[in-house]
Design a protein around this ligand. Structure first.
Ligand code: PA5
Length: 444
C-alpha cells in the first residue's frame, strides 16, 4: 500500500546512501562501516567508468572480440555462474533465436556461440566437441572466463576444449594461442596457464577488481562474448547508466528501483511472500531469469534469510506452474518482465476457410497481442485471488533495455541486502560443497 511504502521510504533512502557510500569507500580503500567482510561494490559505477575514463579499454575489448569473431566460425564460451549467465542472457535476448543454425551471412558475419564449462556434464561437452570436429574446414576458438581462475568446472572444460582445439590447430597449422581469449584476475592460475599456452597479451582481459562474479555482466565478462557476436556494448552500458541515474533520485515516482525493493520487502515481511517469481514473457528472456536466480540466491540467501527466486517463462509455464501460482500457497510475489514489442517480423493468425479450431474469431490478431492478452488475463486472475504482481515493462528486448534491467536488479538486490542487514556481496556458502567434493575425489 502507498502508506507502507511512504513509511519505509526514509529507511530505503538511507540504505541507498549507504550502498553509494560503500562504492566510494571501496574506491578509497576504506572498509565499509556496515559490513566487516569484503564489499565488492564497484559494479555500481562501472558502466559510467567504461563509457568515460576507461573508454579505450572498451574499444580494445570490442576490437579484439570482433576480430576474434571474424576469424572463427564458432566460439565456445567457458565459464560458470556469474562468469557465464549474463553473457548467455545477452546472447539469447539480443541475437536471433536460432543464431547458431543460420548461415553466416544471416548472422551478420558473426560466429556461432556455444556455452560450456558450466557443469561437469560429459555428454554435452563431448557432443559439442563432436559437432566442432564434424566441421573440419571451419575455425573455432575459446573464450574462457573465470574471476578466480581456479573454478573446477571451467578449468576442466578448458583443458578438454584446449586439447580438442590443439588437434584442430595442428591439422590446420594455426596458432593455438590466437584462438583463445581469456577474462580472469591478473596473475590467477588461469591467467598464468594462458600465458604458458602462448595466448597473446592482447587476448587477455583483466576481470575488474572489487566486482563480484554475479555483478560482473557489464564488465569484460559480458562485453567480450557480446562483442564476439556483434552486440552493441555501448548501448548496453548506456542502459545501465540510465538505471544508475534513476537510483540516485529521491522521489518514489522516479526511483522505481527503491520502490521495487519496498514492494518485495513489504510483501515478504508483511504477507509472507518469500518466493519471488520472475515471470518472463517470451522465451528470449529465460536466461535473464536464470541470471537473476543466481543474483538473488547468492546475494541474499545468508543467515537463514533471503527470498527464493523462481524463473518462469510465460505462457509456457502457465501450463505447468499456473495452477499452483493461482491457487497454491500464498507465498509468492510475481514480477513480470514484459517487452511491449516483438523484434522479428510480426506474425498474425491467418483466416482459413475451414474453422474447426475456432480461430477465425481472432484472425488478423498478432501473436504478440495474444501474449499481451495472456499477461493481462493472468494479472487479473492473480489480482482477483489477492495475489500480487509487479511489472518491469521494457519497450523491446535489446542491449539498452537489458543493460538497464541488469543494473536495476543488481541495485535492487544490494539495497535489499542493506535493508535486511545482509552483506549482498560474497557467497561463503558455496565453498562447503567444493570442500567435500575434493575429499571425495581424494578418496576414490
Ligand atoms: O557470484 C560469484 O562470484 C560466483 O557465482 C562466481 O561467478 C562463480 O562461482 C564462478 O566463479 P569464477 O568466475 O571465479 O570461475
Amino acid at each position: 500500500l502507498p502508506e507502507d511504502i511512504a513509511w519505509l521510504w526514509p529507511r530505503l533512502l538511507s540504505c541507498r546512501d549507504q550502498v553509494l557510500a560503500d562504492v566510494e569507500n571501496k574506491k578509497n580503500r576504506r572498509p565499509s562501516p556496515i559490513f566487516p567482510e569484503p564489499v565488492d561494490s564497484r559494479f555500481l559505477d562501472l558502466p559510467e567508468e567504461l563509457l568515460t575514463t576507461s573508454r579505450s579499454e572498451v574499444e580494445r575489448m570490442v576490437e579484439v572480440a570482433r576480430n576474434f569473431g571474424q576469424k572463427n566460425d564458432s566460439v565456445v564460451v567457458l565459464g560458470i555462474g556469474g562468469s557465464y549467465m549474463g553473457a548467455r542472457a545477452l546472447f539469447e535476448g539480443c541475437c536471433h533465436p536460432h543464431h547458431n543454425e543460420l548461415p553466416r551471412e544471416q548472422r551478420g558475419g558473426h560466429p556461432r556461440l556455444y556455452f560450456e564449462g558450466n557443469n561437469l556434464d560429459n555428454d554435452t561437452m563431448a557432443g559439442l566437441i563432436e559437432l566442432l570436429e564434424n566441421r573440419p574446414d571451419e575455425k573455432w576458438g575459446i573464450v574462457v572466463i573465470s574471476k578466480s581462475g581456479s573454478t573446477i568446472e571451467t578449468a576442466v572444460a578448458f583443458r578438454i576444449f584446449v586439447e580438442a582445439l590443439r588437434r584442430h590447430c595442428q591439422k590446420k597449422e594455426l596458432s593455438l594461442g590466437e584462438h583463445i581469449l581469456v577474462v580472469s584476475q591478473e596473475g590467477s592460475n588461469l591467467w598464468r596457464l594462458c600465458q604458458s599456452l602462448g595466448v597473446p597479451e592482447a587476448n587477455m582481459f583483466a576481470f575488474p577488481n572489487d566486482v563480484g562474479g554475479r555483478f560482473s555482466v557489464l564488465s569484460a565478462v559480458g562485453l567480450i562474448p557480446s562483442a564476439v557476436v556483434g552486440l552493441d556494448v555501448k548501448r548496453l552500458l548506456e542502459g545501465a547508466v540510465a538505471a544508475n541515474e534513476a537510483f540516485r533520485k529521491n522521489d518514489p515516482a522516479e526511483n522505481l528501483i527503491l520502490k521495487y525493493v519496498a514492494i518485495c520487502h513489504l510483501m515478504e515481511m508483511q504477507r509472507g511472500a518469500s518466493i519471488r517469481v520472475l515471470a518472463t514473457w517470451g522465451k528470449r528472456l529465460e536466461a535473464l531469469g536464470l541470471w537473476y536466480d543466481q543474483l538473488l540466491s547468492e546475494s541474499l540467501g545468508k543467515n537463514g534469510q533471503g527470498a527464493t527466486p523462481l524463473t518462469v517463462v510465460n505462457t509456457r509455464d502457465l501450463h505447468s506452474r499456473g495452477q499452483q501460482h493461482q491457487e497454491g500457497r500464498r507465498d509468492k510475489l510475481f514480477t513480470n518482465v514484459w517487452p511491449t514489442q516483438e523484434r522479428l517480423p510480426t506474425l498474425r493468425i491467418p483466416r482459413w476457410d475451414t474453422d474447426e479450431d475456432g480461430l477465425n474469431e481472432y484472425a488478423g490478431r498478432t501473436v504478440h497481442e495474444l501474449l499481451n492478452a495472456a499477461r493481462q488475463g493472468t494479472n487479473q486472475a492473480y489480482a482477483e485471488a489477492l495475489r500480487r504482481t509487479a511489472e518491469i515493462v521494457i519497450p523491446q528486448i535489446d542491449e539498452r533495455t537489458l543493460g538497464a534491467v541488469f543494473q536495476f536488479l543488481m541495485l535492487a538486490t544490494v539495497t535489499e541486502g542493506y535493508l535486511i542487514g545482509i552483506n549482498p556481496y560474497g557467497q561463503p556458502g558455496v565453498e562447503a560443497y567444493k570442500r567435500h567434493m575434493r575429499q571425495y575425489l581424494r578418496k576414490t
